[in-house]
Design a protein around this ligand. Structure first.
Ligand code: PXP
Length: 267
């Protein structure tokens, strides 16, 4: 994958296509077809999340996608030793370790690599010794960044959810009803300050990680409106984007949805 400062890589997360398929438990839409369309329209990587409850991606999907994808596969999974064992057997190009709570709608907050240091360290050691690159999905926090480096991860992915939520509250008329975030009741001017702070946290964490020798990705909640500020952060070399692309594809088709995002993911 490219890592110069002119190109920023786009990973497309296709979990939500599998979610639609699981609504009927038949093989429609077919994920391999989606992988082909995503690959042909400018993505650099396919991201899939094998959740413990298997609500979208299934083990067999992971196997088939890894075997047939023309793009590298970034497999997200929890630090549960059973999940790590599956990841080891599947041999993706990269594993991104993420926190997981069964009751959550999506990944809320980054992995606390300080509090779960022993499990994270075991997972990193096993994956790396099987030639699988390891990334840690963490909040933009300097202690988490430093600990990720101490644990000898090769990469981090910064959680952009707080930035995305504040951006949505400031720029959309939609009420943000089901997200429990601290800023919910803030007046507009304070939301502007919170947005600036969230961007500063991401920029500072990306720089810090980069200086420590970690490669830096970012993702969660990014969409066609809020993505440009992420592209402006020099130390971020890759963005992983899912829900907004798949949602747009309902109206435009997947090829156009990926192509439209590709045009925005530049610097
Ligand atoms: N990166 C990570 C580590 C994720 O867990 C997710 C959501 O599964 C994404 C990126 C993509 O987030 P979204 O679907 O909100 O674009």
């Amino acid at each position: 994958m490219q890592n110069d400062h002119h190109k920023i890589a786009l990973g497309v997360n296709i979990d939500h296509i599998a979610l639609l398929r699981e609504a009927r438990r038949i093989n429609n839409p077919e994920l391999l077809q989606a992988v082909g369309v995503v690959a042909q329209n400018g993505a650099d990587q396919i991201t899939i999340h094998l959740r413990e409850d298997r609500r979208h991606i299934q083990d067999e999907d992971v196997r088939r996608i890894i075997t047939s994808s023309p793009l590298p596969i970034n497999l997200e999974c929890s630090i549960d030793p059973q999940m790590v064992e599956i990841a080891l057997q599947m041999q993706p190009h990269r594993v991104t370790l993420v926190p997981e709570k069964r009751e959550e709608v999506t990944t809320e907050g980054g992995l606390d690599v300080i509090n779960s240091s022993a499990l994270v360290s075991d997972a990193i050691e096993q994956l790396k010794s099987n030639h699988i690159e390891v990334s840690l999905f963490i909040d933009p926090d300097e202690h988490q960044v430093e600990h990720s480096c101490a644990l000898e991860a090769q990469m981090i992915e910064l959680h952009t959810g707080r930035y995305a939520n504040i951006y949505a509250m400031l720029n959309s008329a939609l009420a943000y009803s089901h997200h429990s975030i601290d800023e919910l009741d803030l007046p507009r001017d304070e939301l502007q300050v919170a947005l600036k702070e969230s961007l500063d946290d991401l920029t500072r964490s990306a720089k810090h990680a980069s200086l420590l020798g970690l490669r830096v990705a970012a993702g969660h909640g990014l969409n066609y409106h809020n993505v440009s500020a992420m592209c402006a952060i020099d130390d971020i070399f890759e963005l992983n984007i899912g829900q907004s692309i798949i949602a747009r594809s309902i109206y435009t088709g997947l090829a156009t949805a990926v192509e439209d995002m590709r045009k925005l993911v530049v610097r």
